[in-house]
Design a protein around this ligand. Structure first.
Ligand SMILES: Cc1ncc(COP(=O)(O)O)c(C=O)c1O
Length: 466
């Protein structure tokens, strides 16, 4: 097995960092200017996840590409962390948005597009009733509130290493290997770790008391799952079909079947968040894998990147909500003045009808297969202790020989120096990978030549290392 020369990695990071800075003087200058008016110098703190001493500033996106203010052009395989999975200029979405822009953006009243979209979501994902939000975070917050109202229980289960957006309770999953059961207090709504207070109180329907909490368990561990559920006080399990936020982690064969059986056995609702796994195909994985969630959430690319997200609920959940007065149900369903706006729905309709189609996925998945074959071949030819995984049109390579089965194993396989190097290396050669891992997503405008370019950069990267 080839071992990586750490001195070489250090040298390469320094060389690539210098090149990064030299080729982007205007971005650096803008970032310096931004320090005096923006928190951390960026409009959204997560934009600081990129490598380099400053982020690139975007001039324009165009199909699979974007250009920065210094005139560097990139094949964009990050795609706004999935928000632009449809590419930067999906024509059908642009046309629909342009038409709607001239007819008003937001009315606090429904437009006919909402009915088409609701029916389409049912066709794709199976759940009969839908609400529209601006972000997947909002849809997930609503889903937790609904689950709590329906079950009259408060604690939730999330998986170690998961991320579901700005959902305070679920962020415990992302933070560290803080696995349940542990001494009380660690998983309470008010949680103090490393001097930081985590407070999960903003979702509607949650009592901000320390008797509520989040239980974090490892994915693919059925014993831990049953143990956590058997307390019979869990409102819901919130999860993705396959984990994507500590890299890709596939479910063990039969895991989802057991998850569904056990949640039903203990009266716990199942929320499936398909915000990232919609990379798997037009039906995500919910329909193909027969996941049967009680509540379903999705966001990011569903309207081509125009802020839009959805929450779907099943018949049983709908019955409970309908038995409540509208005012009370509203508290748990949530929403917001701009949610369900005309522009989002026009964009969602066009995107679902014309962009996120079977034909598009057939093409992007075939390109992703080509990318993975190439990367896998290079890893094997060089006997590297790495692997590459594909999830539909998303792929990721990792610094471990075998795929991790849970968040703990995934964290053990991180290598921050190689991570920094690979991102710098690819950016300096015109390709954006997705931070904070080595993930790629293939947009519809990508070409075979783009994939060849990606794979030749990967080969060059490896040849410098070994
Ligand atoms: C699985 C999953 N769900 C929900 C979200 C939240 O999406 P947003 O930030 O658009 O609200 C994310 C964000 O990365 C995510 O990965």
């Amino acid at each position: 097995m080839t071992t990586i020369n750490r001195t070489k990695v250090k040298e390469l990071i320094q060389r690539e960092n210098e090149r990064y800075a030299d080729e982007r003087p205007k971005s650096r200058e803008l970032f310096e200017q931004a320090q005096s008016s923006l928190i951390f110098g960026v409009p959204m703190a997560g934009m600081n996840e990129w490598v380099g001493d400053f982020p690139i500033y975007v001039e324009a996106g165009d199909g699979a590409y974007l250009t920065d203010v210094d005139g560097n052009r990139y094949l964009d395989l990050c795609l706004g962390d999935s928000g632009s999975m449809c590419g930067h200029t999906p024509q059908a979405t642009i046309d629909a948005v342009t038409t709607q822009i001239n007819r008003g953006f937001t009315f606090w009243l429904p437009t006919e597009d909402s009915i088409w979209v609701g029916k389409e979501l049912t066709r794709r994902f199976g759940l009969p009733y839908w609400q529209v939000y601006l972000r997947a975070s909002d849809a997930n917050n609503a889903a937790l509130s609904v689950a709590r109202d329906v079950t009259q229980r408060y604690p939730i289960i999330v998986f170690n290493g998961s991320y579901h957006g700005h959902v305070p309770e679920s962020r415990l999953g992302l933070m560290n290997d803080n696995i349940w059961p542990e001494p009380r207090g660690k998983h309470d709504m008010v949680d103090i770790r490393d001097g930081v207070v985590w407070r999960g109180t903003h979702a509607q329907g949650i009592e901000p008391t320390t008797s509520t909490g989040t239980r974090v368990i490892d994915f693919n561990d059925l014993d831990a799952l049953e143990k956590a559920l058997s307390t019979e006080d869990i409102a819901c399990v919130l999860c993705e079909p396959a984990m994507t936020n500590v890299g890709i982690i596939m479910p063990d064969p039969g895991y989802h079947e057991q998850l569904r059986r056990l949640t039903r056995k203990y009266g716990t609702l199942l929320i499936i968040d398909e915000t990232h796994t919609i990379c798997g195909g037009p039906y995500g994985y919910t329909k193909p894998w027969k996941l049967e969630p009680d509540i379903y959430t999705i966001g990011k690319p569903v309207a081509g990147g125009i802020p839009t997200a959805f929450m779907g609920i099943g018949e049983d959940v709908q019955k409970v909500l309908q038995s409540q007065k509208v005012g009370k149900a509203l508290k748990s369903i949530g929403g917001g003045t701009l949610s369900g706006n005309a522009l989002s729905l026009a964009a969602a309709r066009a995107t679902l009808e014309h962009v996120l189609t079977e034909a598009t996925y057939e093409y992007t998945i075939s390109l992703c297969e080509k990318l993975v074959d190439g990367v896998d071949g290079i890893i094997k030819a060089n006997d590297l202790p790495w692997h590459v995984l594909r999830l539909g049109c998303r792929a990721e390579w990792r610094w471990s020989k075998t795929p991790p089965r849970n968040g703990k194993e995934a964290r053990a396989a991180t290598d921050s120096a190689l991570h920094e190097l690979v991102h710098l290396y690819f950016m300096n050669r015109g390709i954006l990978l997705t931070p904070p891992h080595s993930m790629v997503l293939i947009p519809p405008e990508c070409t075979v030549e783009d994939i060849d370019h990606h794979n030749s950069v990967f080969a060059e990267f490896v040849s410098e290392l070994v």
